[in-house]
Design a protein around this ligand. Structure first.
Ligand code: GCO
Ligand code: MG
Length: 402
């Protein structure tokens, strides 16, 4: 089966998404997510200018060789633009192979390892009380694991707290908008949030927390210790992910489990973290780490070190990435949990999918391939609008990590 055409589709149903659609000479097509949030058109151009011409005429079943061609064969290796493009092609080829053979992709990856994949949702609020109230709502909706964030008194905006975007001057995302940050205030509030949450919901629920790269190693070590009484499932991105050895300090000081990886695109960027067992969960997403093939390679490396996956699943990656994560997650052994942020109804309509949620678990469904597609006619009705992620500054105006 040969690839005869590949097209990049850019659409904005609730958020911007870049999709690669690969067509074959047997009339079967596959889809891959190529969304690099805040820099979407860089990947769209990389794909249409450089990758698509390399695909036409290739054997659609040669998934590994195509992965190597796009990874090794680009000379300029790694980097999120390259790996996101490579990921989209990889997902589309797995989708095609599953459809051609009439099986869901997870059957090609070794079959089911579990009945369903535990996922976590998000709860947050301006105050601790609001966050705990939302936590109750999520538990009522069936989730067994919830990430919890709350605002910090005195700060105008805080990561993880959804706000009405109309509060921002002008059209907020057309320019990178600024959030403020105060480490000391945060370190005081975060343990209070989890104390209140445990009091409210007891010990059985899995509670998670995302620090979003904001702390130094010693600050993160202190927070990890302060959170120990509340038995978190994980503390995520405690320090910035690109200094792997920074996690040694954190690890030595706390038994709070550590997760990292949503901004990691390649095994070389997490090799020390895994080999030295500095983390418990690796959070790479199929859309940035080389698709299902890249995710499998990283997970296979992590397995003997007892590091499990907890793939990034924010709503700014398309349902194609979630489907890919679920086929991987239902089949691989060392899988811990899957993040699940709800897509908007418009996004769900543009990307019809077979995956389902029930009783805290996600399931990829039995449709051949990835079980997700793009409705091009609907997609054409939603325009792409340039949109930045925020930046963060300390109270005195100094730039910090968002
Ligand atoms: C998470 C993430 C997201 C990211 C977002 C950036 O844990 O889900 O931190 O909230 O900030 O995906 O685009
Ligand atoms: Mg995160």
């Amino acid at each position: 089966m040969k690839v005869v055409d590949a097209r990049v589709i850019v659409t904005g149903p609730g958020a911007n998404f870049v999709t690669l659609k690969v067509e074959t000479d047997e009339g079967i097509h596959g889809v891959g997510d190529a969304t690099l949030v805040g820099r979407e058109l860089a990947v769209a151009t990389y794909l249409s200018e450089y990758v698509v011409p390399m695909l036409t005429g290739r054997d659609a079943f040669a998934i590994e060789d195509t992965w190597q061609l796009l990874g090794r064969g680009s000379y300029w290796r790694r980097g999120p633009v390259q790996t996101t493009a490579q990921s989209a092609v990889d997902m589309a080829l797995w989708d095609i192979k599953g459809k051609a053979l009439g099986v869901p992709v997870y059957e090609l990856l070794g079959g089911r390892s579990r009945k369903g994949l535990m996922c976590y949702s998000h709860a947050h609020g301006d105050t601790i009380e609001d966050a705990v109230e939302m936590l109750h709502t999520k538990l009522e909706a069936g989730y067994r694991a919830v990430r919890l964030q709350c605002g910090i008194p005195g700060l105008r905006t805080v990561y993880g707290v959804e706000r009405d975007l109309s509060e921002q001057p002008g059209t907020p995302h057309e320019r990178p908008y600024s959030e403020s940050w105060d480490t000391e205030a945060y370190l005081r509030i975060a343990p209070m949030l989890f104390e209140a949450a445990r009091e409210a919901v007891g010990g059985e629920v899995h509670l998670l927390h995302d620090v979003h790269h904001r702390l130094t190693p010693i600050e993160a070590a202190r927070l990890g210790r302060d959170l120990e009484p509340y038995r978190l499932f994980w503390m995520e991105d405690a320090v910035q992910a690109d200094i792997q050895t920074a996690f040694r300090t954190v690890r030595q000081h706390t038994t709070t489990p550590l997760a990292v990886g949503e901004v990691i695109n390649h095994l070389s960027e997490c090799e020390v973290l895994i080999r030295e067992q500095l983390i418990d969960y690796i959070r790479v997403a199929a859309v940035h780490c080389g698709g299902i093939t890249g995710l499998r390679k990283i997970a296979a490396f992590a397995e003997p070190y007892q590091v499990r996956t907890g793939c990034h699943g924010a709503a700014d990656m398309s349902p194609i990435t979630l489907a890919a994560a679920l086929h991987f997650g239902i089949s691989a052994h060392n899988v811990g949990i899957q993040e699940r942020a709800l897509h908007t109804p418009q996004t769900d309509e543009v990307f019809p999918h077979a995956y389902t949620f029930s009783d805290g678990l996600l399931d990829p469904g039995e449709a051949p391939g990835l079980g997700v597609d793009i409705d091009e006619a609907l997609a054409a009705g939603y325009e792409y609008r340039r949109s930045y992620l925020p930046v963060a500054r300390l109270r005195d105006g100094t730039m910090t990590n968002w």
